[in-house]
Design a protein around this ligand. Structure first.
Ligand SMILES: Cc1cc2nc3c(=O)[nH]c(=O)nc-3n(C[C@H](O)[C@H](O)[C@H](O)COP(=O)(O)O)c2cc1C
Length: 141
């Protein structure tokens, strides 16, 4: 059984609903899922997982959240993740996904193997929630 850890930050709930749907998809596919707020997550939650997914809103001038998510991610500058399979998800207000492009590049630099990402404008549509479930399923295949 694959172990998926999902770590996210959400102020208004838009990213959280994506996290929940990714979790549902992965569970339906038979995976063991650990769903955590970044404020409660540890490095081991990432290193012990077969697959990881991270979610953040676009904040702080079209970047991922700089108070909690960025410092958490930056820990992996020095901790090896050995090309762990990774999905990224997030929501933006006006940047059209610019924050996600920057985030994908950063994660690749830290040797996460980013295989999928999903971005939505504000609240996800029903169609986007289905995509989030599919992402959960395919991450744990
Ligand atoms: C304080 C604050 C800063 C934000 N900064 C940006 C930004 O720089 N670029 C952007 O596209 N959206 C920005 N947004 C919009 C959020 O990314 C968007 O509302 C998102 O859906 C929030 O996700 P959440 O409900 O999970 O917190 C900002 C929102 C807030 C409240």
């Amino acid at each position: 059984m694959k172990k998926l850890t999902i770590i996210y930050l959400s102020n208004g709930g838009n990213v959280e609903v994506l996290a929940n749907h990714i979790a549902k998809g992965a569970k339906d596919a038979g995976a063991q899922v650990l769903l955590k707020l970044v404020s409660e997550a540890s490095v081991e939650d990432v290193t012990n997982a077969d697959v990881v997914a991270f979610g953040s809103p676009s904040m702080d001038n079209n970047n991922i959240d700089q108070k909690e998510m960025q410092p958490f991610i930056d820990k992996f500058k020095l901790i090896p993740v050995n090309n762990k399979i990774t999905g990224l998800f997030g929501s933006y207000g006006w940047d059209n996904g610019e924050f996600m492009n920057k985030w994908v590049s950063l994660m690749k630099e830290y040797e996460f193997n980013v295989v999928q990402n999903i971005t939505v404008n504000e609240a996800p549509t029903n169609e986007q929630l289905v995509k989030a479930e599919e992402m959960g399923k395919s991450l744990v295949k």
